[in-house]
Design a protein around this ligand. Structure first.
Ligand code: FAD
Ligand code: MG
Length: 340
């Protein structure tokens, strides 16, 4: 584990795509849409395609993401997630391959994080959302009761992963910590299949880049300062890689002047309260980055960095509040991702 001084990172986090295109007459396009409750932008460049053809392909990539939203949204009645969460009687729920892929990843990260990342956290997320709206902390007895429904041992995949077998009636899945990253990966996969060699997809800070930017250089991605989101603390230099951040500064609620995170510690059933302000993960694919950002945010610096060091191809940067100071702590290979 390395502690980086504030001199290196002037202050820190949430990935922020930094567009390096400036010319008006070129074969690049940047489009933004509202999807999955967040702004998603796709920037792409291809000298061999007309601007219109490129824009059409980008539109189809958005279509892929909209399809994933329709499968995994917790509020859409046609989604796989909605059907799982409302299935009071049915024990075996058929799901689409995409949903199965995300659930498999969820079980993998649940296992490596020792349960810190748990997509069955749904009831607790709902409980604390209501608590935040009412401006009152949830009672311990209610937390304990809701917590009984949490635990990823409550479901498994069977029959070539086409069926979710529910082991508990009150099981509630929340893919908020993974599905955005997955959608980014699928959009990137689509563009690559279409032959696009340069693109950057940014779903509210879950970012994946394809190839180099149109100047032929690695993509520059800024990491926002969790204390001041207008400031960039560090700039990453990425090529065919992904980055995602979990933090307590964009989505949170306040009760009696205290700020509570939207990320819940499945062990306590309470919002994470471990002085971590943000955790940024660089990984090959965006779903891994997304899930590990949430997992390490829950685990805290010691266990979180240890987990990342034990895995290949992932790096982590955490910002931790230490009294009046902010400390930046990173995995051993993180510095190699910085734009120098
Ligand atoms: P992350 O840190 O990546 O994830 C935090 C989220 O993960 C929490 O918000 C919670 O959902 C979940 N979580 C909390 N604790 C844990 C834990 N210990 N382990 C695992 N997961 C945990 N928002 C809207 O406002 N309107 C919408 O219509 C809408 N539709 C959506 C559709 C889909 C398919 C998805 C995936 C999300 C949607 N959202 C919607 C939610 C919104 O975009 C989320 O806030 C977002 O997914 C959380 O991402 P994040 O990067 O902010 O936080
Ligand atoms: Mg995320």
């Amino acid at each position: 584990m390395k502690v980086l001084s504030r001199l290196i990172f002037a202050s820190l986090i949430c990935p922020l795509s930094i567009s390096l295109c400036g010319c008006a007459q070129d074969q690049s396009t940047k489009t933004t849409r509202l999807l999955m409750g967040t702004f998603v932008s796709i920037e792409a460049f291809d000298p061999d395609l007309s601007k219109k053809d490129l824009a059409d392909k980008v539109e189809m990539a958005f279509g892929e993401m909209a399809h994933i939203e329709s499968l995994m949204s917790p509020v859409r009645s046609e989604s796989d997630v909605y059907r799982i969460n409302r299935s009071a009687r049915t024990r075996r729920i058929p799901v689409e391959p995409y949903t199965a892929e995300v659930l498999k990843k969820a079980l993998e990260i649940y296992s490596v994080s020792d349960g810190a990342f748990d997509v069955t956290i749904g009831p607790m997320v709902d409980l604390w959302k209501t608590s935040g709206k009412r401006g009152r902390l949830a009672k311990s007895s209610v937390i304990e009761k809701s917590l009984k429904g949490v635990g990823s041992d409550g479901f498994m995949l069977e029959q070539d992963d086409s069926i979710v077998l529910l082991r508990r009636r009150d099981l509630e899945i929340d893919l908020g910590g993974l599905a955005k990253g997955f959608a980014v990966d699928k959009a990137a996969g689509f563009l690559k299949e279409e032959g696009i060699k340069s693109a950057l997809i940014d779903a509210g800070g879950d970012i994946r880049c394809i190839g180099k930017n149109k100047k032929g250089e690695p993509w520059s991605v800024g990491v926002r300062d969790p204390q001041d989101r207008t400031q960039v603390l560090a700039v990453l230099s990425l090529q065919d890689e992904s980055v995602a951040t979990s933090g307590d500064y964009e989505r949170y609620f306040t009760i009696d002047g205290k700020v509570y995170s939207h990320i819940i510690d499945p062990r306590s059933g309470r919002p994470v309260d471990n002085n971590v302000k943000s955790s940024t993960i660089v990984a090959k694919d965006c779903m891994t980055a997304d899930g590990l950002a949430t997992a390490t945010f829950v685990l805290g610096p010691e266990k979180g960095i240890k987990l990342i060091e034990s895995m290949d191809g992932v790096e982590c940067l955490m910002v931790v509040e230490d009294g009046d100071e902010m400390r930046s702590i990173c995995s051993s290979g993180f510095a190699s991702k910085l734009n120098r």
